[in-house]
Structures are given as structure tokens and as C-alpha cells.
Design a protein around this ligand. Structure first.
Ligand code: PHE
Length: 340
């Protein structure tokens, strides 16, 4: 019985493929689905079956019916388009008609700047390393020489997950993952999202992006860090931009610094954007702490290195004159359409 149904579908398939007019379709419909069709006879036989056998058998007949209906519909549509083509054969196309513009998408401004930053560092000989948004305490804190009682580990600052992991608060754990897996010389950047338990305001968001840089080799010095930052600033913001580093503290770098560039809005004379200081804060930096080298098994007597982390929202806001970080996450189409 099952085989008979399969054979019927095969036969219908061949017949329907050969239909070449609406009339052929009507005939095929009558033959396979009409009152006197084989399928209909099977339906009438259902009554003779026991109550247990009936549902499965009925289901099979129904499936065959649906399949044949689909074949017929498909062929009917195909014949209609063929007809349209025939009727319109010889009609000249009017090339002066205005076309229909397809809707065009665009990249988010953060993505555009992220790509620009990546291209800039690639041109300076860096490679790109990918990290994980979900990290463990070891990579986000312990291996970065962060004391157990450091305030950044606090629930009020870090999003912890139920499984004991956390959403990384910085891209610095990528430094650890790279040094665990690769031997120096190392020269990488790692862009990506970070998460902190901050209330959104004009310069904060619980989700934000950083780009981390790490260089490890023999004889790497603070002068190399300065030089790399200055080159990057010029390539990103033009030849007149200046950069400077100011002493600061991070657990995983020694010495540590904060990075500033001269205000790209006023050129350093002082304005609203730089709060009259002439300088804009871009991120943190420093020389890799020997404790960190020891944790990942790199000998600090042989190698030295520098690292820095820049805020990508900050750079994007400066480049596009966006006054409030929240604008980058609201996804208002009136803003996004300007970047198509
Ligand atoms: N991870 C630090 C932060 O988020 C920035 C930093 C990166 C500092 C690399 C030093 C070296 O503030």
C-alpha cells in the first residue's frame, strides 16, 4: 500500500512535468485528485479498516495528496511566468525609466572606527588576536596581578555569571591568553566589547569597547610605547595631533600611565570638548609587570613589553562629533542612516 502511494506520486510527477497548458493542469488535477482518482478510492476504503489501522493509513493518503497538490501548484505558477515572458517577448525595455533602489544597509559608526583602528595597527606591523567576552577570574583579574580585594572585582563593578565566570571588564585578559599560547616576539592588538556595572550617562555605558595592544620582545622600552602611541595618534587623527603619557597605576603594568592626545576639536587651546584642558584622555598603558610575565612563563630577565588599552567609543565620538555615548547604543535610525 505504501509502495503504491510512492509509485502514484512518481507517476504524477512525470505527468505534471509534461503539462504545457492550463488545460493540461486541469486534467491532471482531475486525474490525481478528482472524484474518480485513485487517491479518492483509497479514501473510501478507509471505512473498511479497523479503528487502529485507520489513522496511520489516512495520514499516508493525506501526505500523498499534499505532495501532488504542491507539484500542481508549482507547475501552474511556472506556466504563468512562461506565458508572461511569451506575451512580452519583443517589448523593448525603456532604459530611461528610473530604477527601484534596493534598501541599503550600513556599518555602525563603532564598527567603522574599529575597522579603521585595525587597519592602522595592521599597517604598523601588528596582528589581531581575538578574545572572549565571557572570561574567568583568572584571566580577567588574577593573572593580571589584581589583588583579591581590588575594588574592580566588586559586584558593583563586575557582572558575574551563575557559573562563576564573568563578563570581561577590560580587553587585558587577551594579553594573558596570547602570552600563554605564543612565544615572543609578540605584537598584537585585540579589539572587543567589555562590560562594567556602570549606569549609562554621556560618557559611560555598561557595554563598551576597547582595543588592547601588547608588544613583547627583547629590549622593548617605554620609548617604544611613546613612539607607538604617537604614530597611532597621527595615523588616526592627522599630523598635528600630539600625545602624552601621565603617571598612573594599573596592577598589571609597572610603570603605568594614562594616555592623552591633544584636543582634536580645538587643537589644544582649550574648549568645551576637552573641558578647557587642551587634552583628551584615551586610555591606560604601561610596561608589562614582571609578576605578569612570571605567571605566563615568560622570563622577565630576558624579555620586556608594553601594553595599552584605548576606548573605542571615545575615539568614535571624537571622529564623528557625537556628544553623548548613549547615542551609540540607542540605534536611532536617524543617526544610523547618516553612516550608510
Ligand atoms: N585595562 C585597562 C583599563 O581598562 C587599560 C590598560 C590596558 C592599562 C593595558 C594598561 C595596559 O582601564
Amino acid at each position: 500500500m505504501h509502495q503504491q502511494l510512492l509509485d502514484l506520486i512518481d507517476k504524477a510527477q512525470i505527468d505534471i512535468a509534461q503539462c504545457s497548458s492550463p488545460n493540461d493542469i486541469l486534467n491532471a488535477k482531475a486525474l490525481y485528485l478528482g472524484k474518480k482518482s485513485y487517491l479518492n478510492t483509497l479514501f473510501s476504503q478507509l471505512r473498511e479498516l479497523s479503528a487502529e489501522e485507520r489513522p496511520a493509513f489516512g495520514q499516508k493518503i493525506n501526505d500523498a495528496r499534499t505532495k501532488i497538490e504542491e507539484l500542481l501548484n508549482f507547475k501552474e505558477k511556472a506556466l504563468k511566468t512562461q506565458n508572461w515572458d511569451k506575451q512580452n517577448a519583443g517589448v523593448k525595455t525603456d532604459f530611461s525609466m528610473p530604477g527601484i533602489m534596493p534598501e541599503r544597509g550600513g556599518l555602525h559608526p563603532l564598527t567603522i572606527i574599529m575597522h579603521e583602528i585595525e587597519d592602522t595597527f595592521l599597517s604598523m606591523g601588528f596582528e589581531i588576536a581575538e578574545g572572549f567576552d565571557i572570561e574567568d577570574e583568572f584571566h580577567n583579574f588574577d593573572a593580571l596581578n589584581t589583588p583579591k580585594d581590588h575594588p574592580s572585582r566588586n559586584l558593583a563593578d563586575t557582572f558575574y555569571l551563575d557559573n562563576g565566570k564573568l563578563l570581561r571588564t577590560q580587553t587585558s585578559p587577551v594579553q594573558i591568553r596570547v602570552m600563554e599560547n605564543f612565544k615572543p616576539p609578540i605584537r598584537i592588538i585585540s579589539p572587543g566589547r567589555c562590560y562594567r556595572n556602570d549606569k549609562p550617562d554621556p560618557s559611560h555605558s555598561p557595554v563598551f569597547s576597547q582595543v588592547e595592544a601588547l608588544v613583547v620582545d627583547k629590549g622593548v622600552s617605554l620609548a617604544d610605547l611613546r613612539d607607538t602611541l604617537q604614530n597611532f595618534a597621527i595615523l588616526m587623527f592627522g599630523p598635528n595631533v600630539k600625545s602624552r603619557i601621565r603617571p598612573h597605576f594599573f596592577p598589571f603594568t609597572e610603570p603605568s600611565a594614562e594616555i592623552d592626545i591633544s584636543c582634536v576639536n580645538c587643537g589644544g587651546t582649550g574648549c568645551r570638548v576637552c573641558k578647557n584642558s587642551g587634552w583628551l584622555e584615551m586610555g591606560g598603558a604601561g610596561m608589562v609587570d614582571p609578576n605578569v610575565f612570571n605567571i605566563v612563563g615568560i622570563d622577565p630577565e630576558i624579555y620586556s613589553g608594553f601594553a595599552f588599552g584605548l576606548g573605542i567609543e571615545r575615539i568614535t565620538m571624537l571622529k564623528y562629533n557625537i556628544p553623548d555615548m548613549r547615542i551609540l547604543f540607542e540605534n536611532d535610525l536617524r543617526m544610523l542612516r547618516q553612516f550608510r
